[in-house]
Design a protein around this ligand. Sequence first.
Ligand code: IMP
Ligand code: MG
Length: 180
Amino acid sequence: MEEYIAKVLISREELAKRVSELGAEITRDYAGKNLLVLGILKGAVPFMSDLIREIKLPLAYDFMALSSYGASTQSSGVVRILKDLERSVEDVHILITEDIVDTGLTLQYLKANLKARNPLSIKVVTLLDKAARRQAEVFPDYNGFSIPDEFVVGYGLDFNEEYRNLPYIGVLKPEAYKFI
Ligand code: IMP
Ligand code: MG
């Protein structure tokens, strides 16, 4: 698997340090608030699993799974909900947890959809922000790392469902794409 990694962009130690800093910030900001950490499947799972253990507050967590409509690799902004929340959110502060914000189209749709359910507040924490590719006017409230416009894998991020279990964020070699 690792023979296809051109370089390590963010090491496992750097990830752990930054996740712990984000957890401390979130702990300060949500003290005394009813917090629901909302993980977006599947990419956010490793990040969210580390992050919640750095948030020193009572919290609940749940998951949603979303998928872009159509076969196109370009995000269309029209999103299908494959798995929804288990209960109403009118009494909670939602913290959406994402692996990466790229065009922002998925997040724009999700925020509008959740807003209609009247939660107390909605904020976003993302591990990675690829701001150069933003198409929608959405910005994360907490960001782990701003990264250049390169396709990255690992720590939840995939290429064709592979590489999610790498413990670091890496850039793929061009050979990894050649069979598709
Ligand atoms: P967008 O912000 O609506 O364009 O979509 C974000 C989603 O695209 C993420 O949750 C990832 O699943 C995927 N994605 C975007 N950039 C990358 C990348 O560099 N590597 C792996 N997946 C990515
Ligand atoms: Mg993906």
